[in-house]
Design a protein around this ligand. Structure first.
Ligand SMILES: [Zn+2]
Length: 219
């Protein structure tokens, strides 16, 4: 596991923390991400060929999909979601059999578990959401400051829009993508996610406020 600390003017400090204790522990490697605002991103990339990465499925990211978790237990923070994906987070009905996404954010940490140029399994099975978007999951676990989590997610999102030249109207909630299940072709419609940014189950002031933050940080 490698911690990458980012500061103004792209200052980069890489600190080796140690290997994970999971069965699919990630091999530490250096990754540089440029950006203006200070954000700390811990790399815990699922090893290729293991768990949620049985196939190499390259992706050119043109969207960013925002999610929030439904797990409110105190331990369900970004670290533990990263550990779970490294051990293999089972997802029925998709092609790999595992759930994967790129970044998980809580009020004090951000973990990356997939390269941004690789398809995850977080949005719509074999649909365009998975094939084209970077997935960001916000933690809603107990004890987690949601305001801070949302703000830090906006910072990360803004950075990624700049890095990959993704327009702001391609930053979308999970519910943007229609979920048609791969295994049996069943249409599951639109999942009400990210719940913490929806009003009455749909897009409203909370989503607008989030996008205003993204727009501010992207300048
Ligand atoms: Zn979601």
């Amino acid at each position: 596991m490698v911690t990458v600390k980012l500061r103004t003017f792209g200052f980069l400090a890489v600190v080796l923390v140690g290997l994970l204790f999971s069965s699919c522990a990630a091999v530490p490697r250096r990754v540089a991400i440029s950006g203006a605002a200070e954000l700390k991103i811990t790399q815990n990339i699922i090893p290729p060929g293991k768990c949620g990465r049985p196939l190499h499925r390259p992706m050119r990211p043109t969207f960013i999909t925002i999610h929030s978790t439904d797990n409110t237990s105190r331990s369900a923070d970004a670290l533990h979601h990263a550990l779970a994906m490294n051990k293999g987070l089972r997802g029925r009905h998709n092609r790999t059999g595992f759930l994967t996404w790129h970044f998980t954010v809580d009020d004090h940490s951000i973990y990356q578990t997939l390269p941004t140029n690789e398809t995850g399994e977080h949005a719509d099975y074999e649909g365009p959401g998975n094939r084209s978007s970077i997935g960001i999951e916000m933690c809603v676990n107990r004890g987690n400051n949601l305001g801070s989590t949302i703000d830090r997610t906006a910072q990360l999102t803004a950075r990624l829009t700049r890095q990959y030249d993704i327009p702001l109207n391609h930053v979308v909630p999970h519910m943007h993508w229609r979920m048609i299940r791969y295994s049996d072709g069943r249409d599951l419609g639109f999942k009400k996610c990210p719940r913490i940014l929806l009003d009455g189950g749909g897009l409203g002031p909370k989503w607008s406020a989030f996008m205003a933050k993204v727009s501010f940080y992207a300048r």
